[in-house]
Write a protein that binds this ligand. Structure first.
Ligand SMILES: [Zn+2]
Length: 287
């Protein structure tokens, strides 16, 4: 059913109109999480052919120096720091496609797990709980944030070292353990935002300037904390396009949900899906 909807939207010409008209003078930022190499191969080729893929840094430099950007500028971002991201490095380099990966500093470089991918937990329900209650619920279900599991889900320290050396990869912050910040106490939210930057710099010698709000959730408090902690910009999951004047702490992003379906990638990249979701007020299902 979903597949058919994307096919219709793609071949209706609406996705093409969005791309050629609405996206032409805008900067589109996409969110991926753990895209497979197969899906990425198709997607990278499409993006390379129909957009101008630029790095997040190019966009930020253009803002700062009031430089013009190429038409249909597209920025690719990956959230969380999934180990599968490392499998994309060869593709990223052969396509010469710049990406930015937002890392959870308490999970990368360890065998700790991402709570929202844990099959035994109902992540969608947990997102709506006050943070201390979410932690208690997870513990009751035998999930512990700092438990080292036999298998690894996140990028290893060695992989981060290799990614860091690539001229096509930028690494930034996505908190420590990926709580829903708006459900956290002041202390916890501050610690997650502040310590993540510190940990990434201490553990991996990274210079962190950017932040992505976990699950796209933020309020005035988080914006203020991110600014106070010296981050220069922050990315939301609010669908839409950006200009050189968009608030740097409220940059918009479109989710392509790691799709393997090419029609879906085309439609979601164009912003058409984000607009429909806004109209029908559908909740975010990403992290
Ligand atoms: Zn995330």
């Amino acid at each position: 059913m979903h597949k058919l909807v994307f096919k219709i939207l793609r071949y209706s010409g609406l996705a093409l109109i969005f791309r050629e008209v609405f996206q032409r003078r805008k900067v589109t930022i996409l969110i991926m999480h753990d895209m497979t190499a197969d899906a990425a191969t198709k997607a990278f080729l499409f993006w390379k052919q129909h957009y101008n893929v630029i790095s997040l840094k190019d966009y930020l430099d253009a803002r700062q120096h009031k430089k013009e950007l190429p038409p249909k500028s597209l920025v690719l971002t990956f959230d969380d720091g999934h180990k599968g991201n490392f499998q994309l490095l060869t593709l990223i380099e052969s396509f010469r496609i710049p990406v930015t990966i937002f890392l959870c500093s308490g999970i990368v470089g360890t065998n700790r797990h991402f709570w929202f991918t844990e099959k035994t937990l109902n992540a969608e329900k947990l997102k709506y709980l006050p943070d201390d209650k979410r932690i208690r619920e997870m513990n009751k279900n035998n999930f512990f944030e700092d438990k080292e599991y036999p298998n690894r889900q996140a990028l290893s320290a060695e992989e981060i070292k290799v990614l860091k050396e690539s001229p096509f990869v930028e690494l930034e912050s996505h908190t420590r353990f990926h709580p829903i910040l708006t459900q956290c106490s002041d202390e916890k939210a501050f610690k997650e935002i502040n310590d993540s930057k510190k940990e990434l710099s201490e553990k991996f010698d990274l210079e962190i300037t950017g932040f992505a709000y976990p699950n796209g959730n933020y309020s005035d408090r988080e914006i203020l904390m991110v600014k106070k902690n010296g981050y220069e910009y922050a990315l939301t999951a609010d669908p839409g396009f950006n200009t050189l004047k968009t608030d740097p702490y409220l940059l918009k992003r479109l989710s392509v949900n790691d799709s393997e379906n090419f029609d879906e990638i085309v439609v979601k990249t164009s912003g058409l899906w984000g607009l429909l979701k806004k109209i029908f007020r559908k909740d975010n299902a990403y992290h």
